[in-house]
Design a protein around this ligand. Sequence first.
Ligand code: SAT
Ligand code: MN
Length: 613
Amino acid sequence: ILPAAPSRSAAKPVRAKAVHAPEGADPGVVAWVASVANLLEPRDIVWCDGSAEELQRVTDVMLEAGTIVPVPARPGSYLARSHPGDVARMEDRTFICAEDADDAGPTNNWRDPQSMRQVLGGLFDGAMAGRTMYVIPFSMGPVGGPISKLGIELTDSPYVVASMHFMTRVGTAALEAMHGTDDWVPAVHSVGAPLAEGEQDVAWPCNPTRYISHFPETREIWSFGSAYGGNALLAKKCFALRIASVQARDEGWLAEHMLLLRMKHEDGRQLHLAGAFPSACGKTNLAMLQPTIPGWTVETLGDDIVWMRPGPDGRLWAINPENGFFGVAPGTSEKTNATAMAMMDHDTIFTNVALTADGDVWWEGMTKETPEGLIDWQGRPYDPANGPAAHPNARFTVRAEQAPSIAPDWDAPTGVPLDAIIFGGRRPSQVPLVMQARDWEHGVYVGATVSSQQTAAAEGPVGEIRRDPFAMLPFCGYNMGDYFTHWIDMGHRLGRGAPKIFSVNWFRRDDEGGFLWPGFGENARVLEWIAGRVAGTASGVDTAIGVMPADDALNLDGLDIDPAVMEELFEIDAKAWLTELVDVEAFFGQFGRALPTGLVRQLNHVRWRLEHM
Ligand code: SAT
Ligand code: MN
């Protein structure tokens, strides 16, 4: 069985020496590390300090093991090739182990915590034999900030250590902040591949048996078998979304799967906007958007996760708790995201991309022409018969500070006051380019009914449309019905200080399958209308499904687009919507008594309006 969750501040120091703890580490931390080490039996223990020397040391370990190879064209950059069976999040191996199944809700895989502790206890027993256990103290958000939180990840993967260096604030300051508090999240990760005496290691150790397990009551994370992305960088989806969403419910704030940006105009207008989109739907591109309309610039604050709290002024204040970007490489190019291309020209970890003959990286969509002499993501000479050169979920990992568009105050501890929230997904038909929710409760309905074509970010059938409320379906750590209620309550609490809520869809297609809207930099036109709605200067028309831009309210200056196409982008097909409402109702039905009546009211209201169009 697993060792108990840390009491987080044990009375007397426990074997600090035996686990090589730094001088003065909190006794609760030391006792917990010792109890885990006792079960996992690592060869040695290294406490991470977050220094450049430490990053160099784990880099050398990975080079030696063949986990990474240098990317000579980009200084300080490396390519990791994962095991071909370890390439994405695994939602069917992700578990919420709440005491009561109802607290996990119908959309999560629930397991009884006691029996899960038993199963994991067996798997983790001796799991780190022959390997180093790294102790990674980290802070999500600036250390000590009013919205920030602390955690410790124990891992036997140097790739995870290096990635955590980029993605979180690792080191001594975080460890020191854990003194005398039990408000930190314990997270244990093992690739699940113990080494026998003298056994040769492989480049990407992992185990086909996988468990990504969360214990919401004790705030613990235990992850076994995978070394990829959200399965292994436990600060990201496991902590900052699944566990943090539970903390947010209990403490009165929000932990969301959102990007965060500031759009500002030379004349002083500005907009702080957070946006929820499912994985691999363009959050990173939108966060780094280069507006095509004059006068505007976008400053990036975050591209994946936002934590928000009501401030003393009654507004919602938002931070990006991460320290870097873990972005999807395929499709990223000078045309789609020049900012991302610039930020990756040095000190970047690439995973599962292709390598060119002249020592650079490449992926589908980077250039029109496929270069000669590519090595594919599995290290073989590229042959289209084997599939794409880069895996569709290939990633880049870089520090936030490397983005030329990063806001100068991006790591301000108090964050920014939010003006607007947008919800979006990949919808080839039906959902309009943009619309505004009539009020907060309608906005929660809009968030709760987000749906999107599935992407390669998770294992599963790519292209199928699934409901993904708030883009949180794989990331909400508790009953999603209760989560909807928490959102509605937040609106009551914020009142007039609440951000305005919108829905967007960049992905509507014509009959031939081509995109109707040019997207990317042109999306600034949509954000400008949103800014105008917030300021009360842009006009809108109330329709059955929400408020859409009035004629001429959307700035189309200099854009060569057929008026008929614009019409199609905003067309409401009442019949198709009414059919969709049947699906929404069935989706809502699974929450039973946990579904807030406000959502039923909104559903009925939208249906009535569609029937009377
Ligand atoms: O692997 S991650 O979960 O971090 C990426 C994603 O799905 O957004
Ligand atoms: Mn994401």
